[in-house]
Structure formats: structure tokens, C-alpha cells
Design a protein around this ligand. Sequence first.
Ligand code: DPP
Ligand code: ZN
Length: 854
Amino acid sequence: QIVQYLADYRPYPFLLSETRLDFTLIPDATRVKAVLSLAPRDPDTPEDLVLDGGAGLKLIALTVNGQKPDPAHVSREEERLVIAAAALPRSAFTLETEVQIDPAANTTFEGLYMSGGMFCTQCEAEGFRHITFYPDRPDVMATFRVTIRSDRKVLLSNGNPVGQAQGMAEWHDPWPKPSYLFALVAGDLVSISDSFTTMSGRKVDLNIWVRPGDQDRADYAMESLIRSMKWDEEVYGREYDLDVFNIVAVDDFNMGAMENKGLNIFNSKLVLASPETATDTDYERIEGVIAHEYFHNWTGNRITCRDWFQLCLKEGLTVFRDQQFTSDMRSAPVKRIEDVQALRARQFREDAGPLAHPPRPDHYEEINNFYTATVYEKGAEVIGMLKRLVGDAGYAKALDLYFDRHDGDAATIEDWLQVFEDATGRDLAQFKRWYVDAGTPHLDMVEQWSADDAGGRLTLTFTQETAPTPGQPDKPARVIPIAVGLIGPNGDEVLPTRILEMTQPQQSFDFEGLGARPVVSALRDFSAPVILTRRIDDATRAFLLAHDTDPFARWEAGRELAMTALVSLSQGQPGGDDYVTAIGELIADDSADPAFRALCLNLPGDEEIATRVFSLGLTPDPDAIHAARQDLARRIAQTHQDLLARIYDRMQVTGPYAPDAEGSARRALRIAALGLLNRIDGGQRAQVLFGTAGNMTERMAALACLIRLGLGDDALAILHQEFQDNRLVMDKWFSVQPMAAPPDSAVAIARDLAARPDFEWKNPNRFRALIGGFAANHAAFHAKDGAGYDFVADWIMRMDPVNPQIAARMSSLFETWPRYDAARREKALAALERIAALDGLSRNTREMVSRMIA
Ligand code: DPP
Ligand code: ZN
């Protein structure tokens, strides 16, 4: 069966209590012995024992209760091993298997593989079946006892260490877990170590394992881990539950990181950082992802998912928790604005195209294709709405109940919502639509003012509508929490934030006794993931940018000013004067947070403008959009030259680098000013900054500025010279060039880079750096002659047989193709069809491409 359906769920017919594994690690001939303690769920209904197992497993031995079953009762199918019911006892039994696998030949980075001479694993979602025959599904949970035999110095698995000898280690994980949380690492690694004492006094050893030479770049990750452990105790009352917590940094990794029980495995770019090699953004991501994976210990591991359709149960909640954490560690308004920007850039885009799916999908072909912005980021937004609707106290009560009721369970979205219903007495039947319906609701707001009624009455009428998405033509109304505040004509807030609960397709809300007509501050803090439209002029937007007391709404007012101008300019119409004026006032205001000013100064990117143009029913022209953005940026620079220059000078941070909120805010504003000044100073400042800055944040920003002007060659050579042995910096080197290059030269630059011997394309980070970096250059990827599409398609086709997960993920770059003009659509479609026709195309990429072509 190709398509998996949520509706087909049935419990596994066997209970698994314990899993014992014994690994003898040889790069091309690893042996894995597995002893599974099984029992039929219902002894009166005999069932075949079906175990998942990939084609790469070579079966060496198989016994049931120590006896070889009759070969007639054992069948090997493509991705499974079936032992007929007739060969199985009616009560508890032991199944023993031994397989041989070839980690050295495993280029998929799924299952057990090698990275830089070390053995490591990635099992989520379905990698464990490439290690041994097993019921590889999240609702089958067992304790694990693991023996590792290897000549590598450091041998790690989940849980607590229980035995160590020369060339051998034994681990025991007392917490029952599904196979996707299994991990093993064997390598000649070194650690930086610390410890954490939990709220009940348990001392936990903390280790971060890296390759020799990288130890001095893991401190920030360690500090982040300790902050995360403390925060989860203080805010959620969640304590860590093993004697040791290990993190390993790996260079070849498909994802960002993985929350394996007690043994998190991380993409090295999310662990290693020093001021010379990492940017402020890198540091912030390290802190956030370390927290994310740590938080999974409760939301994911102690309470896991019944099946993969429920992925957002753990991911949405864990993203929500890591967002809360970052807000607490840094600036909450800044974090909110950044999250909304990311949501719009990735999730709204997904929701508006052929890959749209609900946070909880009801069918899939390949689950790896559903680790998406919708499952993660929209999953988190849905929880944010739930919290808004039930209030902070209701949320806290529901979460306590969730942990209490479901600890040790493989749970569902229904379980999650039930907990909120039971804790708060609310009916969440309509709210559930957020989980099961795809698409971003469009919310329209109309204001009506009557001066005579009740001392001045304002009526807000909202209309919601969600366009059809693949497989879902009709969209019933959703519950939408709309946070609203009112600002008086003198700039004072006359009504502090209030949540309006919209449940109908159209609904009105009255505000009485207002005296004078106020300005409405709507969708404060981005209270729901919707697209809000309202009739509002530039002057009112400028007023909100100056006076709104809600930081998100204030930023949004400025964003909308910029966006309307850019859309207009891209259509060959005038625009932007109001924005240029308003932005001048804002950036001159030294009392405003530099990070906030930086966010306001950064114009929407080309892709975001294209999205807006398309949502207005127009066809985006990538070249015109690029030109419009350049034009507006140059006008801001010319108009506010002195102001920007002053900011640039004043925001310089002296003293040692610290990746904290304050320092990064100053650098962000400084860089934003530089990006504008660079358009009129001939690259002078960027030149100087590249040569003098002591931190990677400013150096990379300066480098991008120089490349934009076609002046990057010397700086690129210097950076290469300095960091050619540092993979993470070289990834930046590969990505900034096609990304920042003028669109008409980007394809050629990307092709040249791809031809270099140090373009180690099988490394996922390097591949994403160049191919993803190129595609982030909107006008280049969407070049009229189709050269951008062809370049990306060629590389997807090359990657597919090597690493299908990465190829499939990259193919989603094409998801916006239906937006563009007929000539571009034809070229994009041709590229997709070329991929579809590839011999032996993986299930991963085939599913993605067929959804995009459909
Ligand atoms: N490792 C991925 C994450 O943490 C998948 N669980 O989101
Ligand atoms: Zn996660």
C-alpha cells in the first residue's frame, strides 16, 4: 500500500516489553543482534508477526524462543519480514535476529551511517528499520539494553551507562521508548562536560561530544542546555530523568538535530560556535534548538505520538515551548516578530500552494515529507491560539493534566484537546478545525463609526474565508482569537488589548462610549495565523507605527506601509513616500529598542513581495519586484543618509563580543543601516567593516554588501584563505555568493561554485548552502529563461539516488511555480517533469513532485 491513511490506524497486535541490542561495529559489515520480548496482544486471535526491515538488512539468523522457525512460515517482503502466526507461541515469547548492515555505504544518513569516521544514527521517523527488523512505529514502546562493540574510543547510546570495558560499552534506558528515539554513536570524540542538579536534587552529568579541536566552540551550547533545563523546571515543572545527558555534534546530518532519549544528536552547525565563525543568528539558533531538543524529553519522549499523523502533537508543542524560552531569554517582541516573519515566509507560502496540508494530515506516502513548516510552525501557532483562548491559568492547568494523564503514552491530537476541555470546561470541537483543515484564513475587517450612538460607537465587522486546498474544497468557519486595542487620536491607548472570539463566517463586535473615533490596532501580537485585510490609508499606518502600544502591531504597521509601496512600485506605479518619511522618524528615535528599529528598517524580501502581489490576484514579476525593492532601499538611503550614518557609527559595539540580546540588537541595527548606506557609498563602509570586524556577524553582512555591488572577490578570497578548513564557515562562503549576487549573474556563479572540488555536495549542509542559497535569490531562481529552475532540478536529480530525504526537501523550492507568468510556469513545470521522469526516483521525491504537478 503506497498511501498511508490515518483512518486505517490499528494497534500493533503484539506487546513489546524489552529490546536488547548487541552491535559489533565494522564500517562495511556491522552485525546487529536483537532480542525482542514479545507477547500477543490478544492470545485468542493469532496474528502474523510483521516486522519492518529495509532492503539493506542481510538476515543472518532468526529464532523464536531459541528455535529456528520452519522456513515456510517466514517470508521476506520488500520492506518487511513476516513470521506466520502458525510459527508463534500463544503467550509471551522471545524473538532473536541477527542482521548484517553496511553503514559505510549508507549515503542516506538515515539508520546507522558513518560521518567523518564516526558511527552515528538517525532513526526518526523510520530509520530504525534500516538497523534491524522491528515494529518500527511510535506506539510500540520498550525499554532498551544496548551493547556496543567497537574500537572507537567513545561508545554511546540512550539512557544510563551500565558497563564499560576495553572496546565495549553497555547502556540501559529504563524509560520505554519507540524505536525512532534510539541512538548510537561511536567515535574518537572529546567532550566538554558540566553538570546540572535538578529541582529534586538529582545530579545529571552533561557532556557535549565533538571532534578533537572543536572543544572550544561548544561552550555556548552547554550554557544553553543548562538554561533550558532550568527553564523547563521553572515554567513547566518538568525535570530531567536520567543520570546523564549527552549531545553529539555530527557534520553529516539531514535535520537540525534529534531528540533521542538521553543522547541528542546535532548537526554540528547547531552546536559549534565562536565569535570568529558564527553569527548572532547562529548563536540564537543554537540556543533555541538545544532548548527544543531538550524540551522534547517531555513533549515527545515521555509523551510520544501514537502514529506519524500526530507529529505536530510533539513538534508544534515543542516549537511553542522553545519560542517561549527564547522570548524569556531574549526580547519577547523581537522574537514574536521574527517568528511571524518566518511563518509567513515558509508556512503561509506552503499553505497557499500545491503542498498545502493540515497540521495533522490524514494521509501521506512518505512521512519524511511532512516535517514541514505547517506541522512545526503552524502547529505552534495553533497552541498559541489555544493559550489565548483559555488564558494563561487554563493553559497551565491543561498542561499539568496532559503530563499527568499521558506520561508514558503514545498520544493523539484528540487526547491533547481532551485535556484542555477537561481542564477548562471549554468545547473545542470547532477549534479542532485548525488541526484538520489546511489553508490560511483570510480575515477582512471593516470599521463602522457612529458618532451619535452611545457617546460614539465603533463596530468592527470581520469576515473569514479560506480558499480551497488540495483535497479540501470546503472550509467551515474557524474559531479565531482576534486581539484588538484602540488608540485615541492623541496617541493614547483608549482600550487595552482585548481578545475578540470569532466563531462565525461573519461577525461584528461593538465598542461604545468612545467619544472620539479611535484608530484600531488589530491582530495584536499576531493573535492568529491569518491574513488580515482592512481598508486603511498610509497616514493611519504611519500613525500606528508611531503610537501603537503593541510592538507587533506597531512593526506590522510599518511593514504594511513598506509592502504597499513595494507592490505599487513593482507594478510600475508610484509609492513609498509615506514609508520613507515614517521610517525616518522611527529610526531617529533613540529610545526605541535597536532590535525593533532594525526589524522596521529591513524591507520585505523579494519572495515576500511576490507572495503579496499574488495574493492580490496579480502576477508577480520577479525582475520588477527586485528593481522595486532596490529603488525603495536607495531612496531611504538617500533621504536619511546622515541619520543612517550616525546610527552606523553609534551602534558599533566596543569591547569583547557577546552573543546576547543587547549586543546582537545593536549589530542588527548597524547592519541594517549598512545595507542601505551600501547602496550609495560605493561599498566603502562594507570594505572597511569586512577588514576590521572581529565577529562573523558583521563580516558576513559586509561581505554580502560587497557581493551585491559585484565587489566581493577580494573579501571572498580572504575568507576562503582564513577558513578553508572550517566546514561551517565554508558553508556560509558557498551560500552567500549566489544569494547576494545580482540576479543576472547568480546562475553562472552558482554553476561555478558547484563545479569546485570542495563543493562536497553529499554533505547536506553544503548542498543546502549552495542550492538553497541560490534559490533564495528570488529573481535568479525565477529567471525568465528557466536557467535557475534547471540548475536546481539538475541537482535534485543528482541528489535523489544518494539522499532522497534531502532531494525531496529541496524540491519544495518549486512549490510556488503556479504563481508566475505562463512562460515561467512552463519552464518550471518542464523542470518538475524532468525530475518526475528520473529512473528509479525515490518515493520521497516522487510524492513531492507529483503533489506539485497535480
Ligand atoms: N529532530 C527533529 C526535531 O526535533 C525531529 N524530531 O524537530
Ligand atoms: Zn522537534
